[in-house]
Ligand binder design. Structure first.
Ligand SMILES: [Zn+2]
Length: 78
C-alpha cells in the first residue's frame, strides 16, 4: 500500500526542502531532499545554516520561519 502524505504531515524547510513525517517513528520529520532527519547532525551544512539563520532572527525578535506548507501548495498533495 502506498503511503500518501497528508498536508498536516508535511513541513516546509528554510533550505527549500519539504519534510515528511517519518512513517517509522511518527515522531520526527525527514527532509525529502536530503533524506535526513530534520534537526539531526546528519543534515547537510547548508540546511543547518538556513535553519540557524532563521533561529537567530527569531531570537532577535523576528517572526521566524513558518514551517506550515503554504495554502498555494499543489492540489495533488492533498
Ligand atoms: Zn534538506
Amino acid at each position: 500500500m502506498k503511503y500518501f502524505p497528508h498536508p498536516m504531515d508535511l513541513m516546509q524547510l528554510p533550505c527549500g526542502g519539504i519534510a515528511e513525517l517519518d512513517v517509522d517513528t511518527g515522531l520526527c520529520y525527514r527532509c525529502q531532499q536530503c533524506m535526513k532527519i530534520v534537526g539531526s547532525d546528519d543534515m547537510p551544512q547548508s540546511c543547518k545554516d538556513e535553519r540557524q539563520k532563521w533561529n537567530n532572527w527569531k531570537e532577535l525578535g523576528g517572526e521566524g520561519w513558518d514551517y506550515k506548507i503554504p495554502q498555494s501548495y499543489p492540489d495533488d498533495w492533498t
